[in-house]
Design a protein around this ligand. Sequence first.
Ligand SMILES: C[S@@+](CC[C@H](N)C(=O)[O-])C[C@H]1O[C@@H](n2cnc3c(N)ncnc32)[C@H](O)[C@@H]1O
Length: 481
Amino acid sequence: MTPRVDSRRPRKPARDHARNAAFDVVRAVDERDAYANLLLPRLLRERGIKGRDAALATELAYGTLRGLGTYDAIIEMCSDRAPDPDVRDALRLGAHQLLRMRVPPHAAVGTTVDLVRLRIGQGAAKFANAVLRKIGSRTIEEWVPIVAPDAAHDPVGHLAVAHAHPRWIVSAFRDALGGDAEMTDLLEADNARPLVTLVARPGRSSVAELEDSGAMPARYSPYAAYLREGDPGQIEAVAETRAAVQDEASQLVALALTRVPVKGDGDEVWLDMCAGPGGKAGLLDAIATHGDLAGLSDETRHRAEGTAPQPGPEAFPGGARLLAADVQYHRARLVWQTTRDAPVITADGTEPAWRQGVFDRVMLDAPCTGLGALRRRPEARWRRDPSGIAELGKLQRRLLGAALDAVRPGGVVAYVTCSPHLAETRVVVGDVVGRRDDAEQLDARGYLPEIDGLGDGPHAQFWPHRHGTDAMFLALLRKRS
Ligand SMILES: C[S@@+](CC[C@H](N)C(=O)[O-])C[C@H]1O[C@@H](n2cnc3c(N)ncnc32)[C@H](O)[C@@H]1O
């Protein structure tokens, strides 16, 4: 049904605080590359927008930014000329309300036209009214086959427009998943807002304490809890850095590194080479000091025997020290604020400030494209571009080589990326291990026996649609004796 809006008589638009805030965020992202997740909370605070209005502003801003690719294709089809950037941003907000929110069409069109009249001008409001009426004449399900390439001839192009992801990212996900079967589920999961996941650092907090603060135990990690609502910063354990916000897969890759039995004497010195801002270092430091207090049940250990070709997972008993490093001073400072006890240094991992061959365990959470965490920052997917991957790949190879140099014979290295892109994951590990005769790859899945669907191995790949986590990649390498 075409929404009926009378645009002939200019009337004084009402101040709509939620939509104005959302418009300002979308404009700032478009105009000056602002970060929506930093700007929106500030605007809401400064303007005193709370409760339902704050929720509306958040859904409007984040949903619009996620869906840009789809909305732009529809706006183009409905416009007889290219809209100015500010008008286009308002149309994007209107399109999101018309196509993906339960805002009645007359309200979606009327409030957007009011916004354009108030913020841009009467002429632009007339244009916006005409375009929005056309957009509202069809549902999103009706628009997709019109604006997206035909799925039979161009499956990647179709998925890209239908699910609002850049084409090169769809292609990278498809390569990593090995086909189309799960692509729709993955892209839909990538468009959903993730649950806030907390980590209770062992020996410092507990899941029970987080439960008392309103969180619920998580699916996989024995240290994780999901927070359905509320501000995590208000939780005492989080405010005191005994707990923190951390994706469940981030916890599990750190935990997996601590579960691999090292060969030879001693298990006392660990290194986190790229530690900033300190998420994994916070958990590794707590386990190093206090041990893996949640341990592994007999059932889980038994389950691992089938998959792990090496000695199975072990719960670390504690009594080790973690050294954390990051090349950027301000990020190293954040690690120090998180871990409190661990020594933290500013150092370039490719020019090590430490002795070679001394660490029992090394975590290398390498700088990467971050394609595995697109759920977290609504505009991130449109900012990334594939041109940096080759340069990142060189750095990732050098850092992995340095991590293998840093670990002692019999010790273990975890290579982690928050990206499933093959060029940053399997290819990097394959190249580095292939060039050395002192490293072997372990079956990482055997150290996460409680989790299914991690792929064909020997690495472990998490996925948002399978595990509800970021798409983290983990390879475990042992330095040969
Ligand atoms: C993916 S982030 C690490 C996230 C961190 N492990 C966590 O869980 O919070 C990668 C980090 O590597 C750091 N980095 C980049 N190049 C580096 C280098 N050559 N040596 C050491 N750190 C580096 C970046 O500053 C960034 O903080």
